[in-house]
Ligand binder design. Structure first.
Ligand SMILES: NC(=O)C1=CN([C@@H]2O[C@H](COP(=O)(O)OP(=O)(O)OC[C@H]3O[C@@H](n4cnc5c(N)ncnc54)[C@H](O)[C@@H]3O)[C@@H](O)[C@H]2O)[C@H](O)CC1
Ligand SMILES: [K+]
Length: 480
């Protein structure tokens, strides 16, 4: 099962892996043609009704594969208004080969004739709201026809994720969908076939530029802001919370506060004016400070717990007490990880151990990334918490879904890059689901490290990564 949002990400990842969308469209169209052959008699008349997006493009490819039939293509709208280059190229290919391909500019003028099969390629996952004209009139004509209706990807007018239609929708006999089934197809009367269109499994497994699309969602559809992060860190160290806090800002958080012992507040503020300090008395995080930090945490969308806290027994007790009461999202890093295996908490934990810390938590690790991915997944399931295990290939798993990140380089073994990753994960946790936040944070931090290392053979510093995070969170690939 896959949502259309995730499908769009996987599609973009496939393109980055060398399998561009036009190639997928060729496979989709071919699969639709195969479905038509299963229901059409020899030489049957087939009407392909194509919209101006990529769903229409699939239909145009199908028409090319169905030369042995009497095929008529009805494009809904003028060819100049076809929305994507790849769909337009497939329209041009039909024209060049002198297929019977007509344009319908006046919806009243749509004459389907009396086809044996209609291919409904009007709208796919790009649909929003009620069908508009000419699609409404065309849907009515399709539903009135006696033809067998084969819908491409989803019956036009139906939301692939919910199965609901805002208004009129095509009443399909068969649906040919691609790669994996959308949740909305389950309740339909139609016979649904899922066709492999050659998307590599790696497009789902490896974090890629498509995963950055999840950051572009309509801001009104979630919290409405970029999030506020509380870093709980510092004591024996001051640099780590400063790095984590700045990374959270560079990853897009609106506001980052640092709850730290008063002994290091000036030092942390001295690194940057961009962080807001919320010091509590003392030289380290101790049980007495827990209530104050819990109050602060309640006003934030996510907490980053651990950078620079140290491993004093009192601090460990304080971390445990904090998590016992906290029920939001917490990115847990560094010394705070030690409490995770037996902590009692309602919080959503995103744990970011390196392989040494993972072993300290009782987890196993392996050099081979495939084996490691399995081990991390099993351990995340045992813990009941999400893990982002750092390594040459980072593994992110909640025990159910597992993603692997390949960005980054050996120069990033320098101290402080883990704090940057924890901060970025905290910021992204404000706007994305935890697994996606961890995956995107690992991907972007690795890319930031690659960009920073491009100019220096040695001597990379964790601070070099900070300014590289914003571009690393943007998809710089061309849209093919
Ligand atoms: N995911 C894959 O791997 C592949 C999918 N393919 C096919 O591409 C479509 C999705 O294509 P897209 O261009 O994003 O959207 P649509 O064709 O569904 O819609 C295009 C267009 O329609 C307009 N529109 C939206 N809502 C309405 C409405 N209510 N009434 C009228 N018009 C509407 C809007 O402007 C959209 O831009 C997917 O389903 C697959 O069939 C590719 O083949 C590649 C592989
Ligand atoms: K369709």
């Amino acid at each position: 099962m896959i949502t259309s949002e995730r499908m769009a990400a996987v599609d973009r990842n496939a393109a980055a892996l060398g399998v561009p969308r036009k190639q997928l469209m060729e496979s989709s169209g071919n699969a639709v043609a195969r479905a038509v052959r299963r229901v059409a008699g020899a030489g049957a008349s087939v009407a392909v009704v194509a919209g101006r997006g990529n769903n229409g493009g699939d239909g145009l490819v199908a028409a090319r594969f169905l030369d042995e039939y009497d095929v008529t293509v009805h494009l809904l709208g003028r060819p100049e208004t076809i929305r994507t280059r790849i769909a337009r190229e497939n329209w041009d290919a039909l024209q060049a080969a002198e297929h019977d391909a007509r344009t319908v500019t006046d919806s009243a003028a749509l004459a389907l004739g009396d086809p044996e099969v209609v291919v409904d390629a009007m709208l796919g996952t790009g649909v929003t709201g009620d069908l508009r004209d000419p699609e409404t009139t065309a849907a009515r004509a399709i539903n009135d026809a006696t033809a067998t209706v084969v819908s491409v990807d989803v019956p036009s007018g139906v939301d692939a994720d919910t199965g609901e239609a805002a208004g009129l929708a095509v009443d399909a006999d068969h649906v040919v969908t691609f790669h994996d089934r959308n949740p909305g197809l389950d309740g339909l009367d139609a016979a649904v076939t899922v066709e492999d269109i050659g998307i590599p499994a790696a497009a789902e497994r490896f974090v890629g530029p498509g995963d950055l699309l999840s950051l572009d969602r309509d801001p009104d559809s979630h919290k409405g802001d970029a999030g506020e992060v509380l870093v709980v860190g510092g004591g024996p160290y001051a640099g780590a919370p400063a790095l984590a806090g700045q990374a959270a800002l560079r990853a897009g958080a609106d506001l980052v506060r640092v709850a730290c012992p008063s002994s290091v507040a000036d030092a942390i503020q001295g690194y940057t004016e961009n962080l807001i300090l919320g010091p509590f008395d003392g030289e380290r995080f101790v049980p007495d400070a827990v209530d104050e930090v819990l109050d602060a945490a309640d006003d934030h969308d996510a907490v980053v717990l651990g950078p620079g806290l140290g491993d004093h027994a009192e601090t460990e007790t304080a971390v445990r007490a904090f998590l016992a009461e906290y029920d939001g999202v917490a990115v847990v890093d560094a010394d705070a990880l030690a409490v995770v295996p037996d902590v009692d908490t309602d919080a959503t934990l995103v744990c970011t151990p390196h392989q040494g810390e993972l072993r300290g938590m009782g987890g196993e690790t392996e050099d081979d990334w495939r084996t490691r991915a399995e081990l991390v997944s099993e351990f995340a399931a045992d813990l009941g918490h999400l893990l982002l295990v750092k390594g040459p290939y980072d593994v992110v798993s909640d025990g159910d879904e597992t993603r692997v990140n390949r960005t980054g380089n050996a120069a990033m073994t320098v101290g402080g890059t883990g704090d940057v990753l924890a901060g970025a994960t905290g910021a992204l946790s404000c706007v994305l689901a935890p697994l996606q936040a961890a995956a995107v944070a690992a991907y972007a931090t690795g890319r930031a490290g690659e960009a920073a290392a491009a100019e220096r053979d040695r001597g990379l510093l964790a601070t070099d990564l900070l300014a590289e995070l914003p571009p690393a969170l943007r998809d710089q690939g061309g849209d093919e």
